[in-house]
Write a protein that binds this ligand. Structure first.
Ligand SMILES: O=C(O)CCC(=O)C(=O)O
Ligand SMILES: [Fe+2]
Length: 438
């Protein structure tokens, strides 16, 4: 059970301060959340992170209001993140390089960045939120039929998802690549490949539009990350050709109106996500917590499950719901590719006093990709894994994670019954990869 701890919400931050003041906060002594910069961290990158921040004010009233949205029963510091603005297109200009370095610096420091939504994103998110509300308000029987036996797309009831062996209260509609039964991969019984069981066009259309737009945002972020890491163009984006991007449309019940099937107060238990980037939007309720990168908390989710990691420990950072932004955290494959220079961000969701709606878009490698760690990343990437590595087949990692989270789902049962898992090691399933880029 989540321990009930008093609320402790010191509001820390650089938002609203002048660039110079923010700079000294980051480069000397305790940083954004009262911790020193990680060893080997490039101070220049941190400076750029602050200089690129978009100023907003007045900080005190905004901070106080946002801090109060933290779900009851949790103890965490409250983040006050810079908001980055992405260019229309990434072309490799000096400005793009600086922005890329700033994003990489912020991920290394905080594990999360905030990026401004464009006007188009704001309207797409509004539409998606409406569609989500409409869907989750339907009768259970109407939602429960939105399941597919071949893909993991569709409805997941509150109490059905399992994190670290314990049920979550999140209610979810998952969207994976929507493949017709006539698609050769579906016909060949590839694991996780199949249709998305949409309830209706009112759900499908706004979600497809939003996802397409987030796909473009994901590619831009990867291009900027390549610039920030000083690796050649394509080092990351080569893996996202026909990327296995997917989305979770989420509803969290209020903490006093659950069905008793999950862990008290828990929306989703502590975990890392699987691929490269997670771009999220949340409504104004609040519930998301992250952990900053910390060398003392070394984990590698693809080797040993990071689910449940430090769930009830101190050291969580609450990410309050700032209007008009997406947040972006990193997944397992980004950590693997960069030899832990960037690490997957542990996060969890708490239930609040009101129901909460959020959407998480996962920008992923191709299902067929075999990833190898990059040769080098500027700023002193740690050695350890290298070229000699066999690599990670993303499709296998994804399948493992979904089988673990949904052991009782019809999709898992069919996958096992038809021995589909065996296909993951065949050459047809591993056509993107080979030599690592430098
Ligand atoms: O609700 C959120 O903000 C995040 C959800 C999440 O972590 C997930 O769906 O994997
Ligand atoms: Fe997540």
């Amino acid at each position: 059970m989540q321990s009930i701890l008093p609320r402790s919400i010191p509001v820390l931050g650089r938002q609203g301060l002048s660039g110079k003041a923010m700079l000294s906060t980051v480069t000397h002594g305790p940083g954004l959340f009262g911790m020193a910069m990680p060893p080997g961290f490039n101070a220049k990158t941190a400076q750029l992170a602050t200089l690129k921040s978009r100023e907003r004010g007045p900080p005190s009233s905004i901070d106080g209001r946002l801090a109060k949205t933290m779900p009851p029963g949790f103890k965490a510091q409250v983040a006050n993140l810079d908001t980055f603005k992405l260019p229309e297109r990434v072309t490799g200009t000096a400005g793009d390089v600086k922005l890329g370095q700033a994003l990489v610096g912020a991920w290394r420091q905080d594990g999360i960045v905030q990026i401004a939504m464009s006007d188009k994103h704001i309207s797409l998110w509004q539409d998606a939120k409406l569609a989500s509300r409409r869907f989750f308000r339907k009768q259970h029987s109407e939602k429960a039929v939105c399941v597919d036996s071949q893909s993991y797309a569709g409805y997941i009831a509150s109490g059905e998802e399992v994190t670290d062996g314990i049920a979550d209260y999140s209610e979810i509609f998952t969207i994976t690549k929507d493949l017709d039964l006539s698609d050769p991969r579906v016909r060949a019984k590839w694991p996780c490949h199949g249709p998305c069981p949409w309830p209706d066009v009112d759900m499908k259309e706004p979600m497809v539009r939003y996802n397409e737009s987030l796909g473009a945002e994901g590619e831009k972020l990867l291009q900027l990350a390549e610039l920030g890491l000083e690796v050649s163009p394509g080092s990351l984006t080569r893996y996202t050709r026909d990327g296995w991007h997917h989305t979770r449309v989420l509803r969290f019940p209020p903490r006093n109106a659950t069905n008793g099937k999950g862990k008290e107060g828990r929306g989703i238990g502590s975990h890392t996500d699987y691929g490269l980037l997670v771009i999220s939007a949340q409504d104004d309720v609040g519930g998301l917590f992250v952990r900053r990168p910390d060398q003392r908390e070394r984990f590698a989710n693809w080797e040993k499950s990071a689910a449940g990691l430090k769930e009830d420990d101190d050291g969580w950072i609450y990410i309050p719901p700032v209007e008009g932004v997406h947040t972006v955290i990193l997944g397992d494959m980004m950590q693997y590719l960069t030899n832990d220079f960037l690490t997957a961000t542990p996060h969890k969701v708490g239930l609040n006093t009101r129901e909460r709606f959020a959407l998480a878009y996962f920008h992923e490698p191709s299902f067929q990709a075999v990833l190898k760690p990059l040769d080098k990343v500027s700023g002193g990437m740690r050695l350890g894994r290298g070229k000699e590595q066999e690599g990670i087949h993303y499709g296998t990692h994804f399948t493992n994670m979904f089988m673990r989270n949904y052991p009782d789902r019809v999709t898992t049962k069919r996958l096992i019954a038809e021995d589909r898992y065996r296909l993951l090691s065949t050459p047809e399933m591993r056509t993107l990869g080979a030599a690592p880029a430098s």
